[in-house]
Design a protein around this ligand. Structure first.
Ligand code: PRX
Length: 654
């Protein structure tokens, strides 16, 4: 079922017929410079996927010991490059330094207050090695789980790569999550260590991260130590025997800590994401396959060249930061910009200022940011020279054609292709996107699949859809970057992704394919909503609400939002309380405490009862329509009564 917002967007993109081919100049310099070249690569990858990926793995990763089998597929469990020994941090760092490229800049970092650091690959290798040695000294061993809750400072990728270097499994938790959410993740993963910072900067204010971690650690018995980076000097209290400063730890270590040869199928990280239940899923990725897929998709999609400056504006707390700040670009030896703060600090032109100063040539950002830029006004863009840009990217949700056109014309000056990249936390890397020198763009379409990826779109009766018909998007064959499971829950992995459609990976998205073979994503098929490009399950928000002592029942739905794509509306019935603005604020605060700022409802509506079908199911479609303003309730004062509407509609939904 699609939300009204998604429906509006589909109607929009359904009418979209414009086509934007790359310029001859762009194509002539691109690694894959024509549709024929793309098709040849794709056909080769599909004709014999194992042979294709074997060739890729041999030429693009370092193997301490060769693998004996390319793929072991025991559905739904895949093993790639079986028996091979590699190390992701070696592929990202040592490989470049050994090739004489240690002086290349890995990161131009800028803090929100304007502080700057330039870090070469050689320096990054030293920092990672020192921190890996420190982790080892703290007793962290291969397979141990390490939570990371940090601002976007260079030490965040350093911490991730140091874990990878010794085979500890990192679980990065986005800095906007609450103490409760951190504790849940610590407990699910049984994390032994957490790495944080005293704070970080956001819109001119300090976020006191360590304080939030202290609260979380009161409920995280498995965590033995907390490493704290000093970033804002806010005199964070330290707990004796548990907490240790980052700078004290590394000062004792040498920068010579060789990468440990690890099994290709050892776990690299867990990243929690929302599913269609209240409990976030710990998506598990492993070493060799993920590393290869992140590296090659980065090179294919962004057509990266040595002279490029790449800037992905995501946070490392999301999969986009994992794959296209840390593992993809670094294993490709790219030079990147890394920025700590908000796009509107100190002014709404911060991004354009950064692009001008660092001569960024490839920008990868999210539609929600693009819509905010449009709202803030063109004059912020006009102040800056953006002529260094040659390629633009979009990720996290569908990009509406209006935003696409603005991005293309205003930011790209009409000369930069836009790669609209469709993928998921689970897929590890980009699954569909134009290759910019080869595939003409259509605004709102993620166009064609990556090499090795075979999408199928099915009706609910499992028959294939026809051209331009919507249906469930599935992926037919295993690919190296695919998730290997859900942490600690093989059954949920099987049920969520491999049971509804036999022998295929179920993405959870709806899609259609047009007459040119282009794919268009049409929103989720489950109760997952996409707020500012971030996945939230409505049930997660409902569980948070009903954990408040005054709430009897709650239903959360997505509603259209001009900037965020979808906003959150919740309908609440109270136990013995009168609805009030104070209660509304309290419930918002409660959700912030339980999950984090990103899940705070935009609208709290009180109702005498939730509308239900005769079988007792909440009528979500009705609530979505009401939240979108399409239908009005019987009583529009503070306490709404949906019973009449519900009666009218119950036959339809039951
Ligand atoms: O619904 C799709 C939407 O975001 C979901 C994946 O969310 P997450 O795992 O948080 O990863 C986001 C970053 C990769 C997808 O199932 N989505 C992501 N990219 C696009 C998109 N929808 C349409 N077009 C996209 N380019």
């Amino acid at each position: 079922m699609t939300s009204p917002n998604t429906a509006k967007q589909i109607a929009n993109v359904m009418n979209e017929t414009r086509v934007f081919p790359p310029s001859a100049e762009f194509s002539s310099r691109a690694a894959i410079g024509s549709t024929d070249a793309y098709q040849a690569l794709y056909d080769e990858s599909i004709a014999d996927p194992e042979k294709f990926w074997d060739g890729q793995a041999k030429s693009h990763l370092h193997w301490f010991e060769p693998y004996t089998q390319c793929l072991e597929w025991s559905e739904p469990f895949a093993k790639w490059f079986v028996g091979g020994k590699t190390n992701v941090s070696y592929n990202c760092l040592d490989a470049h330094v050994r090739a004489g490229r240690g002086d290349r800049v890995a990161f131009f970092w800028e803090g929100e207050p304007g502080d700057k650091r330039t870090i070469t690959y050689a320096q990054l290798l030293e920092d990672v090695s020192r921190f890996a040695a420190a982790l080892d000294r703290l007793g962290i061993r291969k397979g141990d789980r390490v939570s990371i809750y940090m601002p976007m400072v260079p030490e965040l990728p350093v911490a991730m790569l140091a874990c990878a270097r010794i085979g500890a499994i990192h679980s990065v938790i986005f800095g906007g999550f609450s103490a409760e959410a951190i504790a849940d993740r610590n407990n699910d993963a049984q994390a032994k260590l957490i790495i944080t910072s005293d704070g970080g900067w956001r819109r001119g204010k300090v976020l006191h991260l360590k304080q939030t971690v202290d609260e979380a650690l009161a409920k995280s018995p498995s965590v033995q130590h907390c490493v704290v980076l000093q970033r804002v000097n806010n005199n964070s209290p330290m707990t004796d025997g548990r907490d240790v400063w980052w700078h004290d730890l590394v000062s004792k270590e040498s920068s010579n800590f060789p990468a440990v040869p690890l099994d290709s199928e050892d776990s690299l990280f867990i990243l929690y994401t929302s599913g269609s239940t209240g409990k976030p899923k710990g998506i598990r990725h492993t070493m060799g396959g993920y590393n290869l897929y992140a590296k090659r998709t980065f090179q294919w999609v962004f057509d990266y060249r040595d002279e490029d400056i790449f800037w992905c504006t995501a946070d490392c707390g999301w999969i986009t930061g994992h794959s296209y700040i840390v593992y993809g670009p670094l294993s490709a030896g790219a030079t990147q910009v890394l920025y700590e703060g908000a796009p509107n600090w100190p002014e709404e032109d911060r991004f354009w200022d950064i692009i001008e100063r660092y001569k960024v040539s490839i920008l990868y950002t999210a539609p929600t940011a693009i819509r905010a830029f449009i709202k803030w006004g063109d004059h912020h863009v006009d102040k800056h020279d953006l002529s260094s840009l040659r390629l633009l990217g979009s990720v996290g949700e569908g990009i509406n054609p209006e935003a696409w056109m603005w991005y293309y014309e205003k930011i790209g000056g009409g000369r930069c292709p836009i790669v609209d990249t469709w993928w998921q936390t689970e897929t590890g890397g980009i699954m569909m996107s134009p290759l910019p020198g080869a595939i003409a763009c259509k605004p709102g379409s993620c166009t064609r699949p990556m090499p090795g990826i075979v999408p199928r779109i099915l009706h609910s009766d499992l028959t294939d859809v026809g051209t331009n018909e919507g249906g469930m998007l599935c992926i037919e064959k295993p690919w190296p970057g695919m998730l290997r499971g859900i942490w600690g829950d093989d059954q949920r992995y099987q049920e969520a992704y491999w049971s509804k459609v036999p022998h295929m990976y179920l993405t959870g998205d709806n899609s259609r394919r047009d007459e040119d073979g282009y794919y268009w994503i049409m929103g989720r098929i489950d109760d997952v909503i996409n707020v500012s490009g971030h996945r939230l399950s409505t049930i997660e928000i409902e569980s948070a609400l009903v954990s408040h002592p005054s709430v009897a029942e709650a239903a959360a739905v997505g509603r259209p939002d001009e900037i965020k794509g979808q906003g959150i509306a919740v309908f609440v019935t109270l136990k013995n309380h009168e609805p009030s603005d104070a209660m509304r604020d309290e419930l918002k605060k409660h959700v912030r405490k339980e999950i984090g700022a990103l899940a705070v409802p935009d609208e709290v509506r009180f109702t005498t009862a939730l509308p239900k079908t005769r079988s007792g199911k909440i009528m979500r479609r009705l609530l979505r329509d009401i939240a979108a303003g399409k239908e009005s309730a019987q009583d529009t004062s503070t306490l709404e009564d949906f019973s009449v509407l519900a009666k009218l509609r119950s036959d339809e939904e039951s």
